[in-house]
Write a protein that binds this ligand. Structure first.
Ligand code: FES
Ligand SMILES: [Fe+2]
Length: 413
């Protein structure tokens, strides 16, 4: 057996610097202080927010290929998917191309700054138009036979049209997908023509999301992480029960384990974990306590966007997407800063944040997720059990179950 000697990554403590610009009486300030006071009480009682009951989830729901296809239809093809941060497309003439399960998506920001989304496939014979990633483009030219499109997806030019024959521009634009940006996040629907209805989808969460100030952030880096089944991956983001056991030399250095305040807004949720400075804060009067020092809040936009550090200078956003099969997911880990690094020191600090999140999530969380994946087939007839202290995991599975039932009632798109 080989032993790997790893030096634990250095925790990015400078990111604790507060970026919250709020009035204590505005919606964000009231919320941040209220969740901190709840955490103070939980800390004093050695408690954590709990669900009413335990939850049993058949293991087959993580491994059955038909179930996976049903989830894609009922979840990913029906709900607004957060697929990009606004600052990944930082101005007119920018794009992000991203594969979501079996759909290649192209998000563009046109010359007026307006967001569009299309299927990233040429209408001539289907060539992928732009390789995955972010970049700049004035127009989109297919590399196969040089058809060209504008950033709203309209067909501009057909090479050699005199010999090709006439092409109806109105009917041969890119296949458009609904898209809209809110609070610094770009949402896309995978079903053409199906409205996003973001007002009702985000509900009362929207002002809190807007308060994170993501819309004015700077995109520092993106790293891609391969993962196991998408729900195996997601489950790891939604509880802090594992911090002491799985992350003894990393996350547990800064976060307490199994002490979290849980909130949900429709399908979305937030798990607010107690950070170690809370031990000091409980001895202080409430007005002296700082939520950015005491609370590690992870906002979770269903079905797969974790926003960590949203009240601080550095924000780590994890976009978890299903892969092409039931056994695969992919995660884009995006680091946002409040402003571009001003000098080498700021750049190094941001590098540390980026490397810390990458190493901890890949080497500890996802390494564990792949371990879960290896046992799924052999556990086929059994259930997993989610504890009362894992309300976030329960909520996520309850939402998935509800959407599957809704899709059966509504029928196919
Ligand atoms: S496939 Fe795009 S121009 Fe032919
Ligand atoms: Fe973890």
């Amino acid at each position: 057996m080989t032993t790997v000697d790893r030096t634990p990554p250095v925790a990015p403590t400078p990111t604790y610097a507060s970026a919250l610009e709020y009035d204590r009486d505005d919606v964000v300030g009231r919320d941040a202080h209220a969740v901190m006071e709840r955490l103070v009480r939980l800390y004093q009682d050695s408690g954590t927010d709990q669900a009413e009951e335990q939850w049993r989830e058949p293991v087959r729901n993580y491994s059955d290929p038909q179930r996976f296809r049903d989830e894609l239809d009922a979840v990913h093809r029906r709900v607004p998917l957060p697929l990009a941060m606004s600052c990944e497309l930082p101005g007119p003439g920018t794009y992000k191309a991203i594969q979501v399960a079996d759909t290649p998506v192209l998000i563009t920001r046109d010359a007026h700054g307006v967001i569009h989304a299309s299927v990233n496939a040429c209408r001539h014979r289907g060539n992928e138009l732009l390789a995955e990633g972010v970049g700049r483009a004035k127009r989109i030219v297919c590399s196969y036979h040089a058809w060209s499109y504008d950033l709203a997806g309209c067909l501009l030019g057909v090479a050699g049209e005199k010999t090709f024959g006439p092409v109806d521009r109105d009917r041969t634009g890119l296949v458009r997908l609904p898209a809209e940006e809110r609070a610094g996040i770009i949402f896309v629907g995978l079903t053409p023509g199906r409205p996003l209805n973001l007002d009702s989808w985000l509900g009362d969460l929207e002002p809190l999301l807007a308060g994170l100030g993501l819309a004015s952030c700077h995109h520092f880096s993106t790293r891609e992480l391969p993962g196991p089944n998408w729900k195996v991956t997601v489950d790891g983001y939604l509880e802090g029960y594992h911090f002491a056991s799985l992350h003894p030399t990393t996350v547990f250095k800064t976060n307490l384990s199994n002490i979290a305040a849980f909130d949900s807004w429709g399908p979305h949720q937030r798990n607010a974990f107690a950070l170690r400075p809370i031990a000091e804060a409980v001895t202080q009067p409430p007005e002296a306590r700082d939520p950015t020092a005491c609370v590690g809040a992870i906002f979770w936009l269903f079905p797969g966007l974790a926003i960590s550090g949203g009240w601080r200078q550095h924000v780590a956003v994890s976009l978890v997407l299903p892969g092409r099969t039931v056994e695969e997911s992919r995660t884009q880990q995006v680091i946002l800063l409040r402003h571009p690094p001003a000098d080498d020191d700021e750049r190094k600090t941001a590098d540390t944040t980026r490397d810390w999140f990458h190493d901890v999530v890949l080497d500890e969380d996802y390494a564990t997720g792949f371990g879960v994946q290896r046992g799924l087939a052999a556990l086929g007839g059994t259930d997993f059990v989610f504890g009362r202290n894992e309300p976030g995991v329960q909520h996520f599975h309850r939402v998935v179950k509800g959407l599957l039932a809704e899709a059966v009632t509504d029928g196919p798109q």
